[in-house]
Design a protein. Structure first.
Length: 178
């Protein structure tokens, strides 16, 4: 992954709480998750229309995969978009379901660049990955499951983004009633 940014390109990092913080967990067929993916598509399209062409995605089993797949479909229409995936450590997907693992490795094969922050799992590798994404970008989109965050690592990263003066655009899933 490049350490020096091309300053002609606007960059954005999407950071998110872990999948289990969201009401649907890992159930991507849940109507709330489907509506949320449409919201993400809309927000990413707006970012791209506003001149953002470089995206950094911490690739987790939830929002990270959703955003990466959306961006890969957008790249088919606009080759100027770059998708840079960060991983907390090399073997993060080893215990994921076969379907999630396949999607994960497919994304890594097709993205513009990818890099693990650490070779092995460490107590701080998740936070280190989020902080690296924040350091690389002008705009940060934190995706929170609720109005207030429940994940300590995510909350620390969000405070850091605000502390260093990044533009922060918070997204929460739409409230759906059935």
């Amino acid at each position: 992954m490049e350490s020096v940014k091309d300053m002609n390109k606007k960059s954005c990092a999407i950071i998110a709480e872990p999948p289990m913080c969201f009401r649907w967990g890992y159930d991507e067929e849940d109507e709330r998750c489907c509506a949320f993916k449409l919201l993400l598509l809309h927000k990413l399209s707006l970012m791209q229309a506003g001149g953002v062409t470089r995206f950094y995605i911490p690739l987790d089993a939830g929002v990270g995969i959703y955003c990466a797949e959306i961006l890969l479909s957008m790249i088919e229409e606009n080759r100027q978009i770059e998708l840079n995936c960060l991983q907390p450590y090399e073997e993060q997907a080893a215990k994921w379901s076969p379907d999630l693992r396949d999607r994960y490795f497919s994304i890594l094969e097709r993205c513009s660049a990818s890099a693990p922050v650490s070779l092995r799992k460490t107590p701080t590798c998740e936070l280190d990955m989020l902080l690296e994404a924040i350091d690389l970008c002008e705009i940060i989109i934190p995706v929170q499951a609720e109005e207030t965050t429940q994940d300590k690592t995510f909350a620390t990263a969000l405070r850091y983004a605000k502390h260093i003066g990044r533009e922060v655009i918070v997204i929460t899933p739409p409230k759906l009633t059935f």
